[in-house]
Design a protein around this ligand. Structure first.
Ligand SMILES: [Zn+2]
Length: 473
């Protein structure tokens, strides 16, 4: 599987040629042709998409019977994740003076944060290659979920990334996994707003896949709109988690791994393991709530939507805080940030908005609106938020795949309601002029779809959401 994923990113040209050669041979739907015998295994494009868009939804555990959803026992964490969750966090060392973070007005342009000279991520168990051991303990879990109704309780100092963020201030800190790539250490900016009043800690992560740009802008707008004097709780934003991928316009890490398959990570594993471990321990463990923002992958676009494990009652309840969002059940794959976070006791969802490599105003506005509604719901901000729909709409979902190779032309648009048997689009054979309709096999809504492009047989073209009952009701 990994091998196949790697193939796709480097071979768009042969991919297009292959489609044509298969087409001209009249063997469009047949993968067992002679070319496939002499070449390495032919990857179907649908197999390559490793975002939550396709495989993780297809392989998702079915949503449990809604009547039993609330009574279901929480699925046990794997031994490894359970162990690492318990190992955290160590009590702060009172003798160790901590640095006070500078109060930076996030609305003004200010210099980038200074890199930390010492690694903040003290590995829980010593990594064999790690010589620079830090005496500094992990920062403690500072904030308790706040009680929004009562008189505002003054906030306390928020400790993160080796710094103390004073109540009612905002700042820019730096996270570094302390891994050198070609001798250079990457410093990743982290925006922190510690509200004047006590409340929960919300974390926002963008661009774990470096080519998913909408989330970067969603985090920026949501964070820079906050007034520390009026905020209850803390908001921690990492607009661009995968900086190297962002710089190169790719979703992957420099070792071609997908970071969102390695959480919570390991201090002594692969590059992806180490980066995941560092981010998870330095930042994510401080969160009570996490929204990890993504887009569709591989020329697919998504209606703004949450991906959430609706079998987890706490996560299901958490989704109710998002205004005007479609909520798609997906149990999540091993190694996803949201899965690891939920296993560590953090309420977490993925927010999907739009297409990779694009900045889409409509999708960004929907994401920011939804985050504002979430913060209001949890008593963190008070903006007289005007809610759209009273409840989110829940969906089960299925993917409809192209049965023939060719060029895909869609007849429907994102968000359209479709009925069973309705034609969603055509695959046009450029050689024979054959037109193959793709029909919906359910009544539902187009919550994700491929943009018009060259496709092969098996390509997941339309993601149809079928309305499901609100869990636990
Ligand atoms: Zn993504």
């Amino acid at each position: 599987m990994l091998f196949q994923r790697h193939l796709n990113r480097t071979t768009p040209t042969w991919f297009a040629c292959l489609v044509l050669s298969m087409t001209s041979a009249g063997a469009v739907a047949d993968n067992q042709n002679s070319e496939a015998d002499s070449e390495p295994p032919v990857p179907l494009v649908a197999q390559l998409a490793e975002d939550e868009s396709v495989e993780d939804v297809v392989q998702s555990e079915p949503r449990h019977d809604t009547k039993n959803a609330s009574s279901k026992a929480k699925k046990p964490a794997t031994p490894e994740t359970a162990k690492s969750a318990e190992a955290e966090p160590a009590a702060p060392n009172p003798k160790q003076p901590r640095k006070i973070a500078p109060n930076v007005d996030l609305k003004e342009v200010a210099p980038m944060p200074e890199p930390e000279p010492t690694p903040e991520t003290a590995p829980t168990d010593a990594a064999p290659t790690d010589t620079a051991t830090s005496e500094e303990p992990m920062a403690p879990e500072e904030s308790e979920p706040g009680v929004p109704e009562a008189e505002p309780i003054p906030s306390e100092t928020f400790s993160i990334l080796g710094k103390e963020v004073l109540p009612g201030t905002s700042t820019r800190l730096a996270w570094s996994p302390n891994i050198q790539i070609a001798g250079l250490s990457q410093i990743t900016p982290v925006l922190v707003v510690n509200g004047a009043h006590a409340g929960p800690t919300l974390c926002l992560t963008g661009a774990i896949h470096g080519d998913e740009l909408n989330g970067i802008e969603i985090v920026r707008r949501a964070m820079y709109d906050l007034d520390p004097a009026k905020l209850s709780g803390q908001v921690v934003g990492v607009p661009i988690v995968n900086l190297t991928g962002f710089q190169q316009g790719t979703r992957y890490l420099p070792d071609r791994r997908d970071l969102n398959r390695y959480f919570p990570g390991r201090p002594d594993g692969t590059l992806a393991d180490r980066i995941a471990h560092s981010l998870f321990n330095s930042v994510i463990r401080h969160c009570d709530m996490l929204v990890d923002i993504h887009t569709g992958s591989l020329k697919r676009t998504n209606l703004p939507q949450l991906r959430a494990d609706m079998n987890d009652p706490e996560v299901a309840e958490f989704t109710k805080g998002f205004d005007r969002m479609a909520v798609v059940h997906s149990s999540g794959s091993e190694g996803m940030l949201r899965t690891a976070a939920v296993n560590a006791g953090i309420r977490a969802v993925t927010l999907e908005a739009g297409e990779s490599l694009r900045i889409q105003e409509h999708q960004i506005k929907a994401g920011v609106n939804s985050l504002n509604s979430l913060m209001e719901k949890h008593g963190m901000i008070s903006r007289m938020f005007v809610w759209g729909d009273p409840q989110p709409v829940y969906y089960d979902s299925l993917w409809i795949r192209a049965q023939h190779g060719g060029i895909l032309f869609s007849e429907v648009a994102l968000g359209d309601r479709v009925s069973e048997g309705e034609i969603l689009g055509y695959v046009s054979d450029p050689i024979t002029n054959e037109q193959y309709p793709i029909r919906s096999n359910a009544n539902g809504r187009v919550i994700g779809m491929a943009v018009d492009q060259v496709v092969m047989a098996g390509f997941a073209a339309y993601h149809i959401g079928t309305e499901a009952e609100v869990p636990g009701e």
